[in-house]
Design a protein around this ligand. Sequence first.
Ligand code: NAP
Length: 484
Amino acid sequence: MKNSQQKLNANQPIDSLINGKWQKHSKKIDVTNPVDGSILAQVSSASPDECLAAVDAAQSAFASWKSTAPRARAEILRKSFELMIAEQESLARLITLENGKVLSDARAEVAYAAEFFRWFSEEAVRIDGDYRRAPSGTNWLMVSRQPVGVALLATPWNFPAAMATRKIGPALAAGCTVVLKPASETPLTALAIAEIMQRAGVPAGVVNVVVPSPAGPAVSAMLKSDIVRKLSFTGSTQVGALLLAQAAEKIINCTMELGGNAPFIVCQDADLASAVDGAMLAKMRNGGAACTAANRFFVHEKIYDAFAEALTARMNALVLGDGLDAKTTVGPLVSKSQQQRVADLVDEAKSSGAKVACGGFAATDGSFGYAPTVLTEVALNAPILREEIFGPVAPLIRYTDKDDLLAHANSVEHGLVSYVYTRDLGSGMRISEALESGMVGLNRGLVSDPAAPFGGVKQSGLGREGAHDGLLAFLETKYVAGNW
Ligand code: NAP
């Protein structure tokens, strides 16, 4: 394996952040560049005991942080937003290096990630309460909000900046202190954000970052610590279910942002050009490695051929390669195993009758890339429609009847987001209402917005992030029945 450590900034942190200090551990993990498999950095990997030291640090800092004035907490988040925007280019490069996504996607992620700090700096000073007379008239009802306590935040590799700030922002705004455990494949971005937050003035112990590998024993130890009161997890449904079971032992408050399997519905009256634009965004943001990625394209038979042809032309025009190269429009997947998984799903679909309109093969240049692919005439029982593809593959299904369409769209265990394209707004709203998903993009291929409640139903998760809901997730409601 090549060593490409020289590609990182000289001040890139590679150790754990515990109680405001960067701490080296004897165990190291390799962080690799998916474009050539070279080692970018060897990051300190915290043992379960070292993770517990981070939990203790968060506990020690909690009393002071929760009583810090909301405005002061807000100013630190606001400063973090400003620093992230000022350093957008170097953060974007870092994301591309460790995750593989193209630089334009990485820049967009930094802007999106920083917005969570701005949004929650504004929310920090809007923590509400209630003061009412009881209906019986005998006393007063006084309701306030208190921070839940020490929060464990665990994030995936596909949005290494945004998934971290979407949790740290509301947690700090609410008055919680945190231990962040980023994905071991992409920890460098989270460490860089923590360093930015230090410069923005976050006190020691308020934000701690550890990268234990394997994750399981360390996360279990932290959940059993009797200190962690909140688990905010983003990742696969499988790991989410495991952690919910562990959190149940101590009745830990959980927010779960899990997998998706989004239907993308193109009605017969859809505006073709805008449906194809939306499809490209919903499918290809992050090279398809997004929980919000369109996974199943249901296209009305009257528009099917035209849509398939136009989407194939757009997918064919994409350039697979090194995300740092200006010509590249699709980067590699994060790992060899992801590349193999996507290849297996496409091969299975082909053997059950799907036709390859473009792509259908893994990169042959030694990268973890997979060619942008359109599959037509995909059988309704093909495994590729049941699983999250997490890669640049668009499977198309022809539909005729709206009731059948809804039954199929809702037939999966996930329910994160759906997309609908139609010129008939009434019909679009009826379909949106009937879709079993937490979010719908109606004539829009992108739903993510720090000001909107992001989250899913069914096995896509519990709770919401972003918007005011994201703040409430880190607050407990306290009620005092009073008389005087
Ligand atoms: P993952 O394998 O579930 O990992 C997510 C996090 O959990 C990582 O930090 C991982 O650490 C950790 N983890 C893995 N196994 C664990 C265990 N046994 N105990 C405790 N922690 C454990 O997910 P991923 O592959 O990184 O991310 C892709 C998934 O995330 C997809 O399903 C995607 O849909 C979902 N996602 C959802 C949203 C949303 O908002 N709904 C957003 C983005 C992604 P290691 O890296 O060290 O294994």
